[in-house]
Write a new protein. Structure first.
Length: 301
């Protein structure tokens, strides 16, 4: 059931502001929030899925990286965030992924649809330490998540192949063929998938997004909304943090325009409710100077 709210009405809600880090090590920030009107899903089945679980080869997204926590003493791993390879030795991801990470050792899984291990000989898994992560100096943390950008410097170069290639980064916000890709959950009830999912969407005008987010939006952000193949609202979710917001550049090739940052949700026991506001991404063009300071060979177009 959809609760329709008239376009001139302001709704006061208590919401939870999430970065999409997984698992949630801290309780999300809860705050009174005034939202310009949207259609609010209400009911047992209102959690909307991402685009269907496909069998797209990893060659479709060869820059995609799964970042996982690695507990050496137990030889156990735990999903954390996504990221993208931007040179043969650097990964672009979200700064908020690292604030609550409870281990010093991590792994980057490359060239694989599976989040925990390389599926074939073209894949790779590289262990690295927390001190190899560089956080944007102006990252503000919750609630704003301004400049939510981090770069991982791997201990060795990766061998590039059809399944492992750096993504080009955007000097401007391209708006054609917008997609988000990652290992985040499909809906508010579901678990985290083993293989990546994607969703198609469009860029939302900054002023429109600013009205929805009020003082929680920063100039370092861009916003997008998504529909799945059934026409329902969808998008990035918990587990997608740090992953790419992609678009098609003028030459017809993929370029990364954003980094998965945050969204507004209110999840209640046994009931999926989702506030349908634009999802927020760190604007890659705005953080070019920082990214290039850590990864000088990253290509911006």
């Amino acid at each position: 059931m959809w609760l329709s709210i008239s376009s001139c009405r302001i709704v006061k809600m208590t919401i939870e502001i999430y970065g999409h880090y997984s698992p949630p090590a801290k309780k999300p920030i809860t705050k009174q929030f005034f939202i310009n009107s949207f259609s609010l899903p209400n009911g047992e089945n209102s959690g909307q899925e991402k685009v269907s679980f496909g069998d797209e080869p990893i060659e479709d997204y060869p820059s995609l990286v799964s970042l996982i926590m690695y507990y050496k003493s137990k030889n156990e791993t735990e999903q954390m965030c996504g990221g993208t390879l931007i040179t043969d030795q650097h990964i672009l991801t979200a700064a908020h992924c690292w604030g609550a990470a409870n281990t010093k050792t991590f792994k980057a899984v490359l060239g694989s649809r599976h989040k925990f291990h390389a599926e074939n000989d073209d894949g790779d898994a590289i262990e690295f330490e927390r001190d190899s992560v560089s956080i944007h100096p102006y990252y503000s943390g919750p609630i704003d998540y301004a400049h939510d950008t981090a770069v991982v410097t791997l201990p060795r170069k990766v061998k590039q192949s059809s399944a492992i290639k750096p993504i080009r980064l955007a000097k401007k916000v391209y708006k054609d063929n917008v997609r988000v890709v990652g290992w985040g959950r499909k809906d508010c009830k579901g678990g985290l998938p083993d293989r990546y999912l994607y969703a198609k969407g469009w860029i939302v005008d900054y002023k429109e997004c600013e009205k929805a987010w009020n003082d929680f939006l920063h100039e370092s952000h861009i916003c997008a909304k998504f529909k799945n193949n059934k026409g329902d609202d969808t998008g990035s979710d918990r587990g997608d943090s740090g992953g790419p917001l992609l678009a098609t550049a003028a030459d017809g090739k993929d370029v990364q325009i954003g980094i998965v940052c945050k969204s507004l949700k209110k999840y209640q026991p046994k009931v999926c409710t989702k506030v349908s506001v634009p999802m927020v991404y760190t604007k890659v063009p705005g953080d070019e100077k920082f990214i290039k300071s850590i990864a000088p060979s990253a290509e911006f177009v």
